[in-house]
Ligand binder design. Structure first.
Ligand code: SR1
Ligand code: MG
Length: 412
């Protein structure tokens, strides 16, 4: 049934997807051959949408369609506009990170269908990590992605008028912003029917998270920053399931949660998922490797972000650049830049902790712990991850570097 504000909408089945593509000459040419030669398979993996991969003799495409409800819960009704925001996000950031995401090939505003390049041979990074791969390119690639996509959509690189116009577009992405506000930043910190965990042995650590005054202060501040600190265009859901990779190629997908917000939110969600993986990994050097990965992420992010900043504001002139008050001092550093990057670090640490917590006690859990063979061991590792996240929030704002914030992972 078509929602009242989208009269031409219908959910496409597989023959419907093939018919849709055959009516688009550019996409049909990309696939090659005739419609009878195309193959289609459903690859829906996330919580929200239908996703299909279509292959033809010449190439393949990935087709994503919004549903009028959450895919994994049809009783949870939802507007269709999320693929519009994902298409907009890809069009805005692809020029900034061309090799690190996919190109938007087509968006249909009646059917809310988005078509992107297909990533043949790539694996969902979370699944790859669970199978034990070690792909050293992914972490620095994601750091580079975040640095370039956020810097390039901020007032640090563009006139504020253009940034504010774009911000106004994504400010309409309220359905998914509400999901993040509720599911990531709010529900886990009080009783809510969407929360769930399957072992009462987690109750005490959940109680600790909810009653610690320092944790409550940090959570309140981070929730407020999410809504009041529109530093740059964020991916908004940058967990390891939003990354497709091979050993040598990394692509960020699924930008439907795109919004303006604090840059450390994207950093923290990614790092939080690395930490979740660490707690599910029993290999003896898992902690050391995780701390090294987080350090590599942060160092690469800072190097790229400050390189872009210095290149955009090369001289200490009061009138140059889109945002002249961010010029460096004569020695090339900048007190403003140092403070900005430090705030991104604090946000990264805080949102990392909130991502860990919501993935264990909130609505949307991740598969990371499923590889652990026994229920007792799964509970013990979840408990350890929650305690670690609680510690991050307890000390929030006092950890000056990766070692101070995450060093305990070596011992966990
Ligand atoms: C109802 S949506 C639940 C979660 O799935 C998405 O991938 C986001 O992470 C969201 O929080
Ligand atoms: Mg997703």
């Amino acid at each position: 049934h078509a929602p009242p504000n989208a009269p031409r909408y219908r959910t496409l089945d597989m023959p419907g997807i093939l018919a849709f593509l055959s009516g688009l000459p550019d996409l049909a040419a990309r696939l090659g051959g005739t419609r009878a030669q195309w193959t289609i398979r459903e690859v829906s993996d996330g919580n929200l949408n239908n996703v299909f991969v279509v292959d033809g003799p010449r190439g393949g495409v990935c087709v994503k369609q919004s549903l009028p409800h959450v895919r994994v819960d049809p009783s949870w009704k939802m507007p269709l506009d999320r693929t519009f925001f994902e298409a907009s996000y890809l069009r805005d950031i692809h020029p900034l990170v061309p090799g690190l995401t996919t190109r938007c090939l087509h968006f249909d505003p009646d059917l809310f269908v988005l078509v992107v390049e297909s990533l043949a041979g790539h694996a969902v990074y979370r699944t790859a990590l669970m199978s034990g791969v070690d792909w050293p390119r992914v972490v620095p690639d994601i750091a580079t992605f975040v640095a370039r996509a956020t810097f390039g959509t901020s007032v640090l690189s563009e006139p504020f008028e253009r940034v504010f116009d774009r911000h106004a577009v994504y400010a309409r992405n309220q359905t998914l912003q509400r999901i993040t506000l509720d599911l990531v930043l709010d529900d886990p910190y009080h009783d809510h029917p969407r929360n769930h965990w399957d072992d009462v042995r987690l109750d005490d650590v959940v109680g600790r998270i909810r009653t610690s005054p320092a944790v409550r202060r940090a959570v309140d501040a981070l929730r407020l920053r999410f809504l009041t600190c529109p530093q740059a265009l964020l991916h908004g859901d940058l967990h390891t399931g939003s990354i497709m990779a091979t050993a040598t190629d990394t692509r960020v997908i699924d930008g439907e949660f795109a919004i303006y917000g604090p840059i450390g939110f994207d950093c923290g969600m990614f790092v939080g998922n690395l930490v979740l993986r660490r707690f599910a990994d029993f290999s003896p050097d898992a902690g050391r490797r995780c701390v090294a990965e987080i350090a590599r992420f942060w160092d690469t992010f800072v190097a790229e972000f400050t390189r872009l900043w210095a290149a955009a504001h090369p001289t200490p002139s009061a009138t140059s650049g889109p945002c002249a008050f961010f010029v460096p001092d004569a020695d090339g550093a900048s007190p403003g830049r140092t403070a900005f990057v430090r705030a991104v670090f604090d946000d990264m640490v805080g949102y990392c902790a909130m991502e860990i917590i919501r993935r264990i006690i909130g609505y949307a859990h991740t598969a990371d712990f499923d590889v652990i063979p026994t229920h007792d061991a799964r509970t013990e590792r979840r408990r350890a991850a929650l305690s670690f996240a609680c510690g991050l929030l307890d000390a929030h704002g006092t950890q000056g570097d990766v070692e101070a914030a995450f060093g305990a992972l070596v011992r966990e």
